[in-house]
Design a protein around this ligand. Structure first.
Ligand SMILES: C[S@@+](CC[C@H](N)C(=O)[O-])C[C@H]1O[C@@H](n2cnc3c(N)ncnc32)[C@H](O)[C@@H]1O
Length: 309
């Protein structure tokens, strides 16, 4: 299936396959099934085996389920609509002892491209940004309810935008006389806050603000922290639990704050003698992949394999 049919091109696919090294009969959890790009390739390699797919986005999950079942017809493939912060509870409830776990963080291209999901500003849409559409808080709620300094901190901390204070001031001034409810409106305000500085910016000035809001709406950094804690606890348990005795875990991140969390968590496990790094350095996309898929530019893959005790 090509990216135009699936809505998303999996990043670092060859590197993920080499790092996880799927073998016939193994069990695999894809914590971020998305459009099933990575999962269908891994499932095909382990078929007949077992696959558990998770995603907070119910529509992506259903798409991935059909795709993975088609790729691995002799395997047991289940799908759970849930958050990977609860991976340990979900896996234990499903009775799976995973040999392979993948988390490919962030959003998929089809989510970004759907104007009504409110993740992007290229097409106008409601300021939503919820990965899980049954969740309560949208980006418009945050923009309406947070005080100016909290908006500035959020854009600075999660978006690393040096003009966060100017953007927050513009938002706070505007919302006193008109609600900010759409992606195009917010993008216009950010551009106005940048003023002539926008010309020097390689990215659209709203890029960082939108990423920061998305991270906040979905509590993405805390979800990752809890996921990594669950993985670490499973590696610290003697013998097989929801991670098998030879488990491999791979995480692809797109944000320096996420990569820092993954790096620290894996380094601690290496120091404790529980896992080995699959590659010495984080793996990044080749020039040809970046030329084909610009999303891969900031991707970093880190993977570890369990040392059996
Ligand atoms: C980059 S995409 C994954 C793409 C997938 N690897 C593929 O090849 O099609 C990230 C997916 O993770 C989901 N997601 C993000 N945070 C999540 C979380 N905390 N728990 C479960 N799913 C999450 C998003 O809804 C999205 O579908």
């Amino acid at each position: 299936m090509n990216p135009s049919e699936s809505g998303h091109e999996p990043v670092l696919l060859a590197e993920v396959l080499a790092s996880l090294s799927p073998q016939r009969g193994q069990s695999f959890i894809d914590a971020t099934a998305g459009r099933g790009g990575h999962a269908s390739a891994i499932a095909a390699a382990l078929n007949p085996g077992r696959v558990l797919l998770l995603d907070r986005d119910a529509a992506n999950l259903q798409f991935a389920l059909a795709r993975v079942r088609a790729a691995a017809p002799e395997s047991r493939v289940d799908a759970i609509h849930g958050d990977f912060r609860s991976i340990s509870e979900i896996a234990q409830k499903q009775g799976i002892s995973a040999d392979l776990v993948l988390a490919d963080l962030g959003v998929s291209s089809n989510q970004l491209d759907q104007a009504q999901r409110g993740f992007g500003f290229r097409h106008d849409g409601p300021l939503d940004m919820r990965l899980d559409q049954s969740a309560v808080y949208t980006a418009a709620d945050l923009i309406r309810e947070l005080c100016e300094s909290d908006i500035a901190d959020l854009i600075y901390n999660f978006g690393e935008d040096p003009f966060a204070r100017l953007i927050a001031r513009k938002v706070a001034q505007t919302r006193t006389h008109e609600p900010i409810l759409t992606t195009a409106h917010l993008a216009r305000l950010v551009r106005e806050a940048y003023g002539s500085r926008a010309r020097a910016s390689r990215l659209h000035p709203a890029t960082r603000t939108f990423m920061a809001l998305r991270i906040a709406v979905n509590d993405e950094l805390r979800a990752l922290e809890e996921f990594l804690k669950s993985v670490a606890a499973a590696f610290r348990t003697t013998g097989a639990g929801w991670l098998s005795r030879s488990a491999r875990v791979a995480v692809i991140s797109f944000h320096s704050l996420e990569d820092r969390q993954v790096k620290r968590s894996f380094a601690t496990l290496v120091d404790e003698g529980l896992v080995a790094r699959v590659a010495r350095k984080p793996q990044v996309a080749s020039d040809s992949e970046v030329a084909r898929n610009s999303r891969s530019r900031s991707a970093k893959l880190r993977s570890v394999s369990r040392i059996d005790r």
